[in-house]
Design a protein around this ligand. Structure first.
Ligand code: 5GP
Length: 207
């Protein structure tokens, strides 16, 4: 029997524009043993994105048939496009002992919890509504109507912070990434996670 520790599942959610992808990329780059999950989506590829890197881009019809076949751990319709986390991909990486971060919206996070899958939730918040609006307008290639819609969704999504285990305010990238990394490292030292290893150490003390 393998005594490899099962990986832990982390869920990072935030309102659109709060910088969650940037933060998670930074954390994954600088923290051994943790990877970011790659979702499936039916939305069109944006400029600068690559198939199989940013997402697995698939047609809506293929998404529906995978969904109906139970291929997703969770899925959601976000702004009219489908997004989902592959169940088999996730399971095989966790079994291999890798910690995995799902960067998913609050609907998806609820589905993971409702399915009884063990996870650690981290909610990122922009420092204020004004700050989010400024960031969205500055970075956005989207039309005004899309920005207005994202801001309206953010007003609802922000309230979901109370459903998460940890909350981090994303004021600046590095301090925010440090906090997320600290959460991941602390979770690895939880007693329930460490029981087998701690028992092995303790057994060397027993005569
Ligand atoms: P975007 O199209 O800007 O890449 O992502 C839009 C939203 O979909 C973001 O909030 C992102 O976190 C969320 N999202 C991306 N992948 C998934 C997924 O697999 N499941 C769910 N539920 N949401 C996702």
């Amino acid at each position: 029997m393998s005594n490899r520790r099962r990986g832990r599942l982390f869920i990072v959610s935030a309102p659109s524009g709060a910088g969650k992808t940037t933060i998670v990329h930074r954390v994954v780059e600088t923290t051994p043993g943790v990877a970011m999950s790659r979702s499936y989506t039916s939305r069109p590829v944006r400029a600068g994105e690559c198939e199989g890197v940013d997402y697995n881009f698939i047609a809506a019809e293929q998404f529906r048939s995978m969904r109906d076949a139970g291929a997703f751990l969770e899925w959601a319709d976000v702004f009219g496009d489908f997004y989902g986390t592959g169940a088999a991909d996730t399971e095989s990486r966790l079994v291999a002992g890798q910690d995995l971060v799902l960067v998913i919206d609050v609907q998806g996070a609820r589905k993971v919890r409702a399915a009884g899958v063990s996870s650690v939730g981290i909610f990122l918040m922009p420092p204020s509504f004004e700050c989010l609006e400024h960031r969205l307008r500055r970075r956005s290639r989207d039309p005004e109507a899309a920005i207005v819609r994202r801001l309206a969704t953010a007003r609802q999504e922000i309230e979901a912070f109370s459903e998460y285990d940890h909350v981090v305010v994303n004021d600046e990238i590095e301090p925010c990434a440090d906090r997320v990394r600290a959460i991941i490292l602390a979770e690895r030292s939880r007693r329930d996670v460490m029981t087998a290893e701690a028992e092995a150490v303790a057994s060397t003390f027993r005569s």
